[in-house]
Design a protein around this ligand. Sequence first.
Ligand SMILES: Cc1cc2nc3c(=O)[nH]c(=O)nc-3n(C[C@H](O)[C@H](O)[C@H](O)COP(=O)(O)O)c2cc1C
Length: 247
Amino acid sequence: MPETIGQEFMRRTGPRGRRLQTAQELGEPQPPLELPYDPQAPLIDLPDPLATEIQPLDVRTAIALRRSLRKYAGEPISLAELSFLLWATQGIKKVTSRPVTLRTVPSAGARHAFETLLLVNHVEGLEPGLYRFAAVEHALLRLDVPDANARITHACLEQSQVLTSAITFIWVAVVERMKYRYGQRGYRYLHLDAGHVCQNLYTAAEVIRCGVCAIAAFNDDELNGVLSLDGEEQFAIYLGSLGRQPA
Ligand SMILES: Cc1cc2nc3c(=O)[nH]c(=O)nc-3n(C[C@H](O)[C@H](O)[C@H](O)COP(=O)(O)O)c2cc1C
């Protein structure tokens, strides 16, 4: 018989009865560092992100130049540039013995509760469509979502920067990974974490002369539906469209 909400409350209530104990406090095993995927699915290798050729740009200039860009030059970005952007936003620097991942962005308790989906429109060497970033492997997986651009643009209230982007990053919250440690408070941390990720996309984009527009105006149910997310345990939290800066 599944546990009722009342039984779960009784089980998780701490010694002083004030706060629900988290799954971590109850000694439950932690969720995996990334969502599982079909082991038969071909992984698309990405170039070494630390080898991507970039023109030097000091941090002060990158921060000063940053703005939201919604009109892009049509040229594609390279796979090496995409690899750099994925490294800057979710790249794993280390898997510790706990194990947790340490990445290029901070995360509350190093929970790193996001998966990155990519709407690819103009990337050299990649068919347009929807992809998932496998962070541990630093590789891509192709997802089968027909008409991804039109449907995601529609779910984003027809914002044209999605349609015309070279690539749009879609960050998906995997609630269990954050709630495991922080319970209900984890929802706050998910939203804070998302800000760090998108900010790094803005900054990294400047380095390769691209621009980004953060996007949080979208129809949740529609977007989650297109991405086959249930909207509760996993949901789209934030997006960033990206393309080349116009000359
Ligand atoms: C949380 C958040 C959500 C945003 N959502 C959208 C959006 O859906 N569409 C859009 O065009 N801009 C969006 N923006 C970009 C803001 O409009 C932009 O940052 C603001 O106008 C300031 O301009 P700047 O980024 O060029 O400095 C969003 C920014 C943030 C931080």
